[in-house]
Design a protein around this ligand. Structure first.
Ligand code: PLP
Length: 414
């Protein structure tokens, strides 16, 4: 399987790995194997160099200046917005709001879209596999308004029960919010069908794309979603920058979330006239260099082609899954038929934190814990899992090393 799947000429893995300086170091005397990509990914030199070069030459505050540096910084900031628009295939740049990350994007929609509309007895519908970021913001606003948070169930493979989801939609549902891809299980949800079902009732859909964007091509118009949120730092870009995509009509109808500079057209002590989209939602000095860095990350991915990345990661996941299934006492948590490059597992009688610590001594970085998805852990009746999450730079050899280290752990602790 490995020999046929590798296709070294089709996928330039060596050249890709050469782009990521952080991968070329030792941890505890062993070559680093970085498999914590669902938490955050490493950065290619194209992103690192863009940040350094931007700060060295073009940095200034954006939009407000008439001087050359401000104009250059503004042009690059807005070019990054255009890169995001292209990446998501949004209709227009005005639909791309820069925020700090997925969490902030979801809170923005909860506070600015939901809060003014929710009344006692209304409902917000999420799924059973959401990250805390796509649970707590809805809880906050539902509690305040006397609305209910409804949860569409999943099955034992970690797949959303679409028929039950459809049953939960009704005249009282104000919004649906679902993960495109689960960070704890890897499940890829049928977002297009979810949107179509919700739209039958006129209900808008927010898609949490934090995990999906690094792994598969996303087209917000083809999906039909109303809002789409993601973070730059999981997409090989900087921290502190993320995106909320929203359909123009919805964003237009929403009040600003935060007040301050940038989001205004005219201010008097009596009243404020707000700025146009997307600036209405971008109060204060934005994360300028980080946005430019995100643009560089997107260009990097566009050069590689997300289809090629997706193919590589799917092959790697299939290889890792087959190997993991050969290990006695290893249980995979999350076996959806449509799944991204995440392998969550438990080892019989060994706590995931011990697994994580042990693997670190082999230079292997994984995540052990509840992955900010405690309800998912409750559902599978485990306190935590160990999660290996793959990225475009991971290799078959790294999977082999992971599996060999797991065998060692079982020998030592099992
Ligand atoms: N949603 C999902 C599915 C995630 O995996 C994460 C981060 O792990 C988030 C939301 C939150 O992202 P951030 O912490 O970048 O805001």
């Amino acid at each position: 399987m490995r020999q046929t799947a590798l296709r070294p000429s089709a996928y330039p893995i060596a050249a890709i790995r050469a782009d990521f300086p952080a991968l070329h170091q030792k941890v505890h005397g062993k070559p680093l194997i970085y498999l914590d990509n669902a938490a955050s990914s490493q950065k290619p030199r194209q992103v690192i160099e863009t940040l350094a070069e931007f700060y060295a030459h073009d940095y200034a505050n954006v939009h407000r200046g008439v001087h050359t540096l401000s104009e250059r910084a503004t042009a690059r900031f807005e070019a990054a917005r255009e890169a995001v628009r292209r990446f998501l295939n949004a209709k227009e740049r005005a639909e791309i709001v820069f925020v700090r990350g997925t969490t902030e994007a979801i809170n923005l929609v909860a506070q600015s879209y939901c809060r003014p509309r929710l009344q006692a007895g209304d409902e917000v519908l999420i799924s059973a596999m959401e990250h805390h970021s796509n649970i707590v913001p809805w809880q906050l606003v539902c509690r305040e308004k006397g609305a209910k948070l409804k949860v569409a169930p999943m099955n034992q493979k970690g797949e959303l029960q679409l028929d039950e989801f459809a049953q939960l939609l009704g005249p009282q549902t104000r919004l649906v919010a679902v993960a495109h891809m689960s960070n704890a299980l890897g499940t890829i949800n049928p977002v297009k069908e979810i949107c179509a079902l919700a739209h039958l009732h006129g209900i808008p859909v927010l898609v949490d794309g934090a995990q999906a964007v690094p792994h598969l091509p996303v087209d917000v118009q083809a999906l039909g979603c109303d809002f789409y949120a993601f973070s730059g730092h999981k997409l090989y870009g900087p921290t502190g920058i993320g995106v909320l995509y929203g359909k123009r009509a919805l964003l237009e109808a929403m009040p600003p979330w935060q007040g301050g500079g940038e989001m205004i057209r005219r201010v008097t002590f009596e009243a404020t006239e707000y700025n146009d989209l997307p600036y209405k939602f971008e109060a204060g000095t934005p994360a300028i260099a980080e946005a430019v860095g995100l643009g560089a990350a997107i260009e990097y991915l566009e050069r590689l082609g997300l289809e090629a990345v997706e193919r590589h990661e799917q092959e790697l996941l299939a290889y890792a899954t087959a190997k993991a299934k050969e290990i006695k006492g290893l249980k995979i948590i999350g076996e959806a038929s449509s799944k991204g490059a995440i392998l969550s597992f438990t080892l019989e009688g060994i706590h995931p934190h011990d697994v994580g610590t042990f693997l670190d001594h082999y230079g292997i970085a994984v995540r052990a814990g509840h992955h900010c998805a405690m309800p998912v852990m409750d559902f599978f009746n485990v306190p935590a899992t160990t999660r290996a999450s793959f990225a475009l730079y991971n290799t078959y050899e790294e999977v082999d090393s992971l599996m060999a280290a797991i065998q060692e752990i079982i020998k030592v602790f099992g």
